[in-house]
Design a protein. Structure first.
Length: 170
């Protein structure tokens, strides 16, 4: 565990406007996801306790969320020419943890992607459309997609933590 873990989580201020509130909730969920994996051992973080989802581990969810941000924020919103972190042919690829990847590595990649995402979102006009998946989509709608995806997976992290070591709560 590094010195900056677990992370402080700040509930977004109720005076924030929509865009600032959405970014603040993404920040809150980012810290929550990091905290969910930061106190697990390497073995626990890689453990996929659901028999029907053998690729889904706590650490794999964080890796997946990194891929989601890359795809939506950097590639679709920022129009960056970056490699995808997931595969059309293997939909579980972005959940799998390589043998040399560690909790620290996956969290560092998630942090780096989020730092880039914040910069991309700060420069974007959320009211205009961009192309995503071959069709025009309003940028603000893409951002909300990532917010719901992140919140849904943080809920999955809650369940995985309880199954792995009995920890409940945020």
């Amino acid at each position: 565990m590094t010195a900056d873990l677990p992370r402080e989580r700040r509930w977004p201020d109720s005076s924030l406007g929509t865009e600032d509130a959405v970014v603040a909730f993404l920040e809150f969920l980012h810290a929550t996801a990091v905290n969910k994996v930061s106190t697990l051992t390497e073995e626990q973080a890689r453990h996929a306790p659901l028999e029907t989802s053998p690729s889904v581990s706590a650490l794999g969810i964080v890796k997946h969320l990194t891929a989601v941000q890359r795809q939506h924020f950097q590639i679709h919103v920022g129009r960056a020419d970056l490699p995808l972190l997931w595969s059309h042919e293997d939909t579980a690829a972005d959940f799998r943890i390589g043998p040399d990847e560690t909790v620290a590595d996956v969290v560092a990649a998630f942090d780096a992607e989020w730092a880039t995402s914040r910069d991309t979102l700060a420069r974007a006009d959320w009211t205009v459309a961009t192309e995503a998946y071959g069709q025009p989509v309003v940028i603000g709608r893409l951002v909300v997609d990532v917010l719901q995806e992140t919140a849904r997976h943080v809920g999955h992290l809650d369940v995985l933590r309880e199954l792995i070591d009995g920890t409940t709560g945020e």
